[in-house]
Design a protein around this ligand. Structure first.
Ligand code: IVH
Length: 671
C-alpha cells in the first residue's frame, strides 16, 4: 500500500508540474500522449484505491490556476473538461454507461465533430454586445482577456438578429476554441526563429501565448481564429438539440464548424465518423487531435448532468498521437537527390500513430542550432500524415550533461567531395552530380508513384543496379534487358519479368508525370501539372524563358529560375533526349470545346469519396477544363469533398459555385 501511495503522490507531483508547464507557461515538455498516460494511470489507481483520493488531486482539477496579470472572471456555469476515450470500446462503454444512467429506452442521438487543438474561450454577450471574454482557467475562474479577444476577426462584437430564426437572447455565453491554422503557425514560427525567439511547439501554445499578451496589439497581429461549440448560461432560446442550437449560434454571427458536425444514431455510426475524421485529419487546415462526441438532445444532456470534472453526455475520442517523446541515439547525414545534406536523428524506436519511427529529420545545421538538438537528447518527435517525421523540440529538463553537440561534415559522407553552400541557402550540398547517393535518390524519385510509377524497383534493387554499374541515370533503366535483372541477387524469373514489364509500361505516361520525374528543383507534382497544361509539349517547356514562365499562374521566380537553369545544362537536355529516344510517349489530351467542363476553372478541396484528387484533375483536364490551386475571381467551381479547407469559405465569400462529390460527377457527365 505504501508503494502505491508513493506512486500516486509521484504521479500527482509530475502531473502538477506538467499542468503548470502546459496551462500556465504554454511550454509543454512532454507529448500529450505521455501526459494522457500519466493521467490515466493516476485515475486508475484512484479508482482502485478510493482511500487515496484527495480533494487537491490533479484528477479533480481542470487546467491551471489563472495567471495574475489578467483579472479573474468567475464563469456563471463551470467550464468543464471532457472525459477521454482512445479505443472503439471506450465509445461503446460511453454509450452503454449513459444509457444505463438514463435508465429508460430514450433513443439517444449523438453528434460527432472535430476536436480542435487550441484554447477554450468563453464569450459573454449582454443585449447582443460582447462584454467579457475569458479563458477557462481552472474551470471556475478564468482570466479576463476581453481586449485581446476583440482583435480576433471571427469573434463578433455585436450579434446579428436573424430574419427568421431564434432571436438573440439578452444574455448568452458562447464557448469555443481559439486556434491558429497550421500554415499560419509555421509562418509565425519562421518569423520567431528569425528574431531568435523560440518557436511554438504546437497550435495550442501559439494560440494560448497569443491570447495571453498584455498588449492587445500583439494579439491582433496573430492570425487567430475561432470555432464555437457550446454555451454556458443562455436566457430563453429553448432548443431541442445541440445541432439546432449550433445553427442558431451561427445565425447570430458565430463561426461554427457546421460541415463537420455529424448526427449519428448508433455507437457504430459514431465509431465510423470518428474513424473517418482520423483518416482525413491531415487534410484540415488546422490541427485536430480527436473527435468530440455529444448527446444531441438537450433534455437528455440535462438529465445526464456531470461528474466532478466532465459532463456525462460528452466524450473526447482522442486520435492516435502524432507526437511522442524519445531519445536520439546518434545523428548522421543523408545525401538527397539534389545533393542536399540532411542531418538525420536515429532514435530509440517509438510508436507514433501506429507506425514505428526510428529516424527523424533535423532539416539542417541552422535548425539544429536553433533547437539546440544534441546526440543523446530526449526529444519530442512528430509524424503527421505522409510527412517525414521530424524532431520538434528538446526536452531540456531531461538533459544529463552527457549529450554531444553535432556539427555538419565538411565532406560528403558518400563520395568524400567537399561540400558547399549556395548563396542565400542554409543547406549544405555535395556538388558532385555523380555522387552515388545523388544518383540513387534521383532514380528513386524517377520511378516513384507520382512520377514514372515503375513498380518493384525498391531501395535495395536500385542500389544494386548502381553498384553493378548497370544504371547511372534514369535513361539507363530503359536499356536494361531481362538478363540484366537475373544477374542480380535474389531476383527470380518472375520478378525479372515483372520489372521488365513495369519499365516498358512506364513509357506511356503523361507530360506532367514526366516533368515531375525529371526532378527539377522546386518542381513538384502540382507545378509539373501546371507546366504540362501550359506547354503541352516538352520542347516548348525546354525553350521557355524566365519571363514566359513567370507569366503562368502558379509559377514564381524561384521555380522559373530553376527550370531555366535545368534546361540550360546540356547534360540535362541530353538526358531528356535519351529518355524520349527510349520510347517514352505522352498521352495527348483531347480537349473538347463543348461540354459543361470545357473552358471552366476548377479548384479542389477536401477528399472525394468517388475518386482520388489526381484522377478528378485528369478528368477535368481531359474535358478541356482547368485546375487551379487557389480560389480567385476567375474560379468557376469549387469541388468540395470531405474535410474541406479554407478554400471553402474563400469560395463562399467570392460567390463561386460549390459542388459536392455527386454534383461534380454529374457535371463531368454533362454534355
Ligand atoms: S465541447 C463540457 N467541442 O477540448 C466541455 N470541446 O478536452 C465541452 N475542444 O475544453 C467542450 N474542440 O477546449 C468541445 N468541438 C469541440 C472541441 C472542444 C476542442 C476542447 C475544449 C475542451 C477540451 C476538452
Amino acid at each position: 500500500m505504501e508503494k502505491i501511495r508513493s506512486e500516486v503522490e509521484a504521479l500527482r507531483e509530475e502531473i502538477r508540474y506538467h499542468n503548470q508547464q502546459y496551462h500556465a507557461l504554454d511550454d509543454p515538455e512532454i507529448s500529450d500522449a505521455e501526459y494522457d498516460r500519466l493521467f490515466q494511470r493516476l485515475t486508475e489507481l484512484e479508482k482502485q484505491f478510493p482511500g487515496l483520493v484527495t480533494p487537491d488531486s490533479p484528477s479533480r482539477r481542470i487546467g491551471a490556476e489563472p495567471r495574475e496579470a489578467f483579472s479573474p472572471v468567475r464563469h456563471r456555469v463551470p467550464m468543464l473538461s471532457l472525459g477521454n476515450g482512445f479505443r472503439d470500446q471506450d465509445i461503446k462503454d460511453f454509450d452503454a454507461r449513459l444509457k444505463r444512467f438514463l435508465g429508460d429506452d430514450s433513443p439517444v442521438e449523438y453528434t460527432v465533430e472535430p476536436k480542435i487543438d487550441g484554447v477554450a474561450l468563453e464569450l459573454v454577450y449582454e443585449n447582443g454586445r460582447l462584454t467579457v471574454g475569458s479563458t477557462r482557467g481552472d474551470g471556475y475562474v478564468g482570466e479576463d482577456i476581453t481586449r485581446n479577444i476583440k482583435t480576433i476577426l471571427t469573434v463578433p462584437l455585436t450579434l446579428t438578429k436573424p430574419k427568421n430564426g431564434r432571436p438573440v437572447p439578452d444574455l448568452v455565453e458562447v464557448r469555443g476554441e481559439v486556434y491558429m491554422e497550421k500554415e499560419a503557425l509555421e509562418e509565425l514560427n519562421r518569423t520567431r526563429l528569425g528574431q531568435n525567439l523560440p518557436p511554438f511547439a504546437n497550435p495550442r501554445n501559439a494560440a494560448a501565448g497569443s491570447l495571453r499578451q498584455l498588449d492587445p496589439r500583439i494579439t491582433a497581429k496573430r492570425p487567430l481564429n475561432m470555432f464555437c461549440y457550446g454555451v454556458g448560461q443562455i436566457n430563453g432560446a429553448p432548443f431541442d438539440t445541440y445541432h439546432e442550437m449550433m445553427i442558431s449560434i451561427q445565425q447570430w454571427g458565430f463561426r461554427v464548424n457546421r460541415p463537420h458536425i455529424r448526427i449519428c444514431s448508433t455507437p457504430g455510426e459514431v465509431i465510423e465518423c470518428c474513424r473517418h475524421l482520423e483518416e482525413i485529419r491531415s487534410q484540415f487546415p488546422y490541427e485536430i487531435d480527436g473527435a468530440v462526441i455529444k448527446v444531441n438532445q438537450l433534455n437528455l444532456q440535462a438529465r445526464l448532468g456531470e461528474k466532478s470534472r466532465s459532463p456525462r453526455w460528452a466524450l473526447a475520442y482522442k486520435f492516435r498521437p502524432t507526437r511522442e517523446t524519445t531519445r536520439i541515439i546518434k545523428i548522421d547525414v543523408q545525401v538527397g537527390r539534389t545533393g542536399a545534406l540532411t542531418p538525420v536523428a536515429h532514435l530509440e524506436p517509438v510508436e507514433i500513430g501506429g507506425v514505428t519511427v526510428k529516424r527523424a529529420t533535423l532539416h539542417n545545421q541552422d535548425e539544429i542550432e536553433k533547437k539546440d538538438v544534441r546526440e543523446l537528447d530526449t526529444v519530442l518527435v512528430q509524424r503527421a500524415g505522409d510527412v517525414i517525421p521530424e524532431v520538434v523540440q528538446v526536452v531540456l529538463s531531461k538533459r544529463t550533461g552527457a549529450e554531444r553537440k553535432f556539427v555538419m561534415p565538411t565532406h560528403c559522407p558518400v563520395c568524400g567531395g567537399d561540400v558547399a553552400k549556395r548563396e542565400g541557402e542554409v543547406v549544405l550540398r555535395c556538388p558532385n552530380p555523380n555522387c552515388p547517393a545523388q544518383v540513387k535518390e534521383s532514380l528513386k524519385h524517377f520511378v516513384s508513384k507520382g512520377a514514372m510509377d515503375i513498380d518493384g524497383l525498391g531501395d535495395k534493387l536500385t542500389a544494386q543496379l548502381i553498384k553493378e554499374g548497370l544504371v547511372r541515370e534514369p535513361a539507363d533503366l530503359y536499356e536494361l534487358q531481362f538478363d540484366d535483372f537475373l544477374g542480380l541477387d535474389k531476383i527470380a524469373d518472375k520478378s525479372a519479368d515483372n520489372l521488365t514489364e513495369a519499365i516498358e509500361k512506364s513509357k506511356r505516361t503523361t507530360l506532367g508525370r514526366f516533368i515531375y520525374a525529371l526532378g527539377i528543383r522546386h518542381v513538384g507534382e502540382h507545378v509539373a501539372g501546371i507546366l504540362a497544361d501550359h506547354f503541352r509539349e516538352l520542347k516548348h517547356l525546354e525553350g521557355a524563358t524566365e519571363k514566359e514562365l513567370l507569366a503562368i499562374d502558379g509559377i514564381g521566380p524561384q521555380i522559373a529560375e530553376s527550370i531555366v537553369t535545368y534546361f540550360s545544362d546540356r547534360s540535362n537536355k541530353e538526358h531528356c533526349g535519351r529518355l524520349l529516344k527510349a520510347g517514352i510517349r505522352f498521352e495527348t489530351m483531347v480537349h473538347p470545346v463543348t461540354g459543361a467542363v470545357a473552358g471552366k476553372t476548377f479548384v479542389m478541396t477536401g477528399s472525394l469519396s468517388s475518386m482520388k484528387r489526381s484522377e478528378a484533375k485528369e478528368q477535368i483536364l481531359r474535358r478541356g477544363g482547368r485546375v487551379s490551386s487557389s480560389v480567385s475571381s476567375s474560379t468557376d467551381y469549387l469541388v468540395a469533398g470531405e474535410g474541406p479547407g479554407s478554400k471553402f469559405s474563400e469560395a463562399e465569400k467570392k460567390g463561386v459555385v460549390i459542388l459536392n462529390g455527386d454534383e461534380f460527377l454529374e457535371l463531368l457527365n454533362t454534355e
